[in-house]
Ligand binder design. Structure first.
Ligand SMILES: *Cc1c(COP(=O)(O)O)cnc(C)c1O
Length: 342
C-alpha cells in the first residue's frame, strides 16, 4: 500500500536523527527524560529565529490541547476557520469549549471579520491550512491579531513547505502562540515531538497547566539532531523535493480534469463530488488518500463539488506515479452516478 493520507515525510527521517536514536545509551531508557525538554526548547527557538526558548511537547497535537487548557475556561468560545485540522474540534470538546467554525473566505483566506466577531477566548489559525493546503494572508492574520481580545493560536505544522511564515509576529503580539512540529518536514511523526513559541509570560502560563516529561528521551535526542545544521540541510533539500512533487501533482490532477486548489503545503486538495467512491477505488488499487465531506458550500470550489474532495499527500516520484495511475483508473470506472458518495 502507498499511504498518501497523513502528510508525513515519505522520504523518511534525516540521517542525523536516526544516528542520534541508535547512539542513545540503553541505560537512558530506564530513567526519566529531562523535566521540560529544555534542550529541544532552545534548539527549536534558535531554528525558528525567536529569542528565548520554545516549550516542547508530545507532538504539536499535545501543544494545541495544552494551549486550549491554559488559555480558556470551560464554556469559553474557540473560533476557527472551516475546514481546518480535524483534531481542533476534538480538543475543543475535551476542554469543554464552545466551537465557532467560520467558513474560509475569498481565495481560501481567513474571514477575519467573522473570526473576530465570534467573541472567542481563543482563535485557532492553521497556515498553511490542513486540509486545503492554502496559505493565510499576513494582512488577514494581522487584522485578527489587532482586533481580537482573545489569544491567537497559529498552527504552522506545514511552514517548512510554505513560501512564507508568520512566526516573526510573536515578537510584536503578546497574545500570539505559534506551534510547529517535527512530524512533517523533519519526518519524525512516530517519535512525537512538537513545540510552541510566543511571549514568555504566555508560555509560562501554558507550562504551568501541564505535567512534566511530555517529551520522551528518544524523541528529544532525535529532534535535537534533526534541528542541527546537518539535520536542517537534509530537511530543506527534502522540502524542496516535496514542493516539486506538489507542483507536479497539481499539473497531473488538472490533466485528469480536476481543479485542485493552490497549495503551500506537502499535500494537495482537489474538490470532487465522488471523493469517497474514488478514494475507495484507489485503495483497491493500492493507494490511500483521504476523502472529505461536509465542506462549506459558501466556498465556490466546494459548492461545485457538493462539499466533497480528496486530500493527497506527496512523496517520491514512484509513489506519485502509482497514485496518478490509481486515480486515473478510479475516475475512468463507470457507475459514479449510482455509487455511494458519502
Ligand atoms: C500533522 C499536523 C499537526 C502535527 O501533529 P503532531 O502532533 O505534531 O504530529 C499539527 N497540526 C496540523 C494542522 C497537522 O496537519
Amino acid at each position: 500500500m502507498i499511504d498518501l493520507s497523513d502528510n508525513t515525510n515519505l522520504w523518511g527521517m534525516c540521517p542525523a536523527a536516526e544516528r542520534a536514536i541508535r547512539e542513545l545509551p540503553i541505560a537512558d531508557w530506564s530513567r526519566y527524560p529531562s523535566w521540560n525538554g529544555a534542550r529541544l526548547g532552545e534548539a527549536a527557538a534558535r531554528y525558528v529565529g525567536v529569542t528565548g526558548a520554545a516549550i516542547v511537547g508530545c507532538g504539536s497535537d499535545e501543544m494545541l490541547d495544552a494551549v486550549m487548557r491554559a488559555m480558556t475556561a470551560p464554556g469559553d468560545r474557540i473560533a476557527y476557520s472551516t475546514p481546518t485540522f480535524s483534531m481542533v474540534p476534538v480538543y475543543a470538546r475535551a476542554n469543554r469549549l464552545e466551537a465557532v467554525p467560520v467558513p474560509l473566505g475569498d481565495n481560501f483566506d481567513l474571514d477575519a471579520d467573522r473570526l473576530v466577531s465570534a467573541g472567542a477566548a481563543l482563535l485557532y489559525v492553521c497556515a498553511p491550512n490542513n486540509p486545503t493546503g492554502t496559505a493565510v494572508s499576513r494582512s488577514a492574520l494581522e487584522y485578527v491579531l489587532e482586533h481580537t481580545a482573545g489569544t491567537v493560536l497559529l498552527d504552522e505544522a506545514y511552514a517548512e513547505f510554505a513560501a512564507s511564515t508568520n512566526i516573526d509576529l510573536v515578537a510584536r503580539y503578546e497574545r500570539l502562540v505559534v506551534t510547529r512540529t517535527l512530524s512533517k518536514a523533519f519526518g519524525l511523526a512516530g517519535l512525537r515531538a512538537g513545540y510552541a513559541v510566543g511571549n514568555e509570560t504566555l508560555l509560562n502560563v501554558i507550562g504551568r497547566n501541564r505535567g512534566p516529561y511530555m517529551l520522551n528521551v528518544a524523541a528529544e535526542a532525535a529532534a535535537v539532531a534533526a534541528l542541527s545544521d546537518a539535520g536542517v540541510v537534509w530537511m530543506r533539500s527534502h522540502a524542496v523535493l516535496a514542493q516539486r512533487a506538489r507542483d507536479q501533482l497539481i499539473v497531473d490532477l488538472r490533466s485528469l480534469g480536476l481543479s485542485p486548489v493552490p497549495s503551500d503545503a506537502n499535500f494537495v486538495f482537489a474538490p470532487l463530488a465522488h471523493a469517497w467512491l474514488v478514494a475507495e477505488r484507489m485503495r483497491r488499487g493500492g493507494v490511500v488518500v483521504r476523502a472529505f465531506e461536509n465542506l462549506p458550500l459558501t466556498i465556490p470550489a466546494f459548492a461545485a463539488s457538493e462539499g466533497r474532495g480528496l486530500r493527497i499527500g506527496v512523496g517520491p516520484a514512484e509513489q506519485m506515479a502509482h497514485c496518478i495511475d490509481a486515480l486515473a483508473a478510479a475516475l475512468a470506472e463507470r457507475g459514479d452516478e449510482d455509487g455511494p458518495c458519502a
